[in-house]
Design a protein around this ligand. Structure first.
Ligand code: AVJ
Length: 328
């Protein structure tokens, strides 16, 4: 059952999302490395493309995450004291979370609050999970921390929380940002609450590069869609043929970086921003970082930010870890 519709995002009369406009304007006006935040990759098209990425043979991350959750769901629910309130950062497609929710709702009603800035993602998630017995779905259309505030505000007496942050979205933050984020999340929760964190592990450069630059070009389309989205929503004039998808492995930071490389020198107008952006030939826009972790590093990261590690489950085949924390 879907209890309440997602709240609407603010849009100006022209239909432009001001946060998107602001992010694009700031990221493309920068001197030096141009950037676009990865969170804007997920409009309706981007979310659909990510679902395809998730089933590519080269991209084992989502499969490993799902497999671990399927195998460990009952243990996770037991180890987190049978939570009645499950909050998720990023709604994903709801598929992976289904294992946890099914195990949690076996012993009675569970409220599930997925938090996402993408209304499209929330709709998909609700559709996938709709009809599960004893499950009440209350989507929250918001940024993560605002969403946690809103979700927690409706907490009922005696209800403890299992907060899910799956799929290695934590990897989009650099290590400092990740620690800050975990501490901020912790501050919003109470003693006795839990966090389940999914994180992709360090693996060979070759496996990582084929996962982020797949042979049929789905990841390239996913990355280029960000420019197409600027064209659609902000009256941008990007010629997508003049940009190339690039995945790099940065060993020092153990992260994969996605870039869009200008194939030729060019100037691109973005009508709604009243902005003209110049690109030198070979210049890139940095669109995403996916940090990769060593398994031992994850409990330590939690311990430093107000959490104690309860347990960790590792998939050794692909290299992925689910780590369960409790508030310290
Ligand atoms: C959904 C953020 C975990 O970083 O691997 C997939 C997104 N980017 N291919 C990731 C993504 C390129 C993905 N996350």
């Amino acid at each position: 059952m879907i209890a309440s519709a997602a709240a609407a995002v603010t849009i100006t009369p022209s239909g432009v999302n001001p946060e998107f406009a602001q992010a694009v304007s700031a990221g493309l006006s920068r001197k030096g490395q141009k950037t676009l935040p990865a969170s804007w990759l997920y409009d309706e098209v981007g979310s659909a493309l990510f679902e395809v990425i998730a089933v590519l043979p080269e991209y084992g991350l989502t499969r490993a995450d799902g497999l671990l959750l399927a195998r460990a769901a009952a243990e996770i629910v037991r180890a987190s004291n049978h939570p009645k309130l499950v909050i998720e950062l990023g709604s994903g497609t709801g598929m992976k979370t289904g294992h946890i929710l099914a195990a949690a709702s076996r012993s009675g009603p569970v409220r599930y609050l997925p938090i996402d800035i993408s209304g499209a993602a929330l709709d998909n998630c609700a559709r996938v999970l709709d009809g599960m017995e004893h499950l009440q779905i209350e989507p929250v259309e918001a940024t993560y921390l605002d969403g946690v505030d809103r979700a927690i505000a409706g907490r009922r007496p005696g209800e403890h929380v299992l907060l899910l942050f799956l799929g290695s979205t934590i990897g989009n933050f650099n290590r400092t940002e990740a620690a800050v984020f975990l501490r901020r999340v912790r501050k919003r929760l109470q003693p006795g609450d839990f966090l389940l964190l999914g994180a992709d592990l360090v693996k060979s450069r070759a496996r990582l590069l084929s996962a982020y630059d797949d042979p049929i070009g789905v990841t390239a389309a996913f990355n280029l869609n960000l420019l197409a989205r600027i064209n659609r929503e902000l009256d941008g004039r990007f010629d997508l043929a003049h940009f190339a998808h690039e995945a790099r492995y940065n060993e020092r930071h153990s992260r994969v970086e996605m870039h869009l490389r200008a194939r030729i020198a060019q100037e691109v107008r973005i009508g709604e921003l009243d902005l003209c952006v110049s690109f030198a030939r070979g210049e890139t826009i940095w669109t995403e970082s996916s940090h990769k972790f060593r398994a031992e590093e994850i409990p330590r990261m939690g311990e430093r930010t107000g959490w104690s590690c309860v347990r960790q489950w590792v998939d050794g085949e692909w290299g992925f870890a689910e780590t369960l924390f409790q508030t310290k």
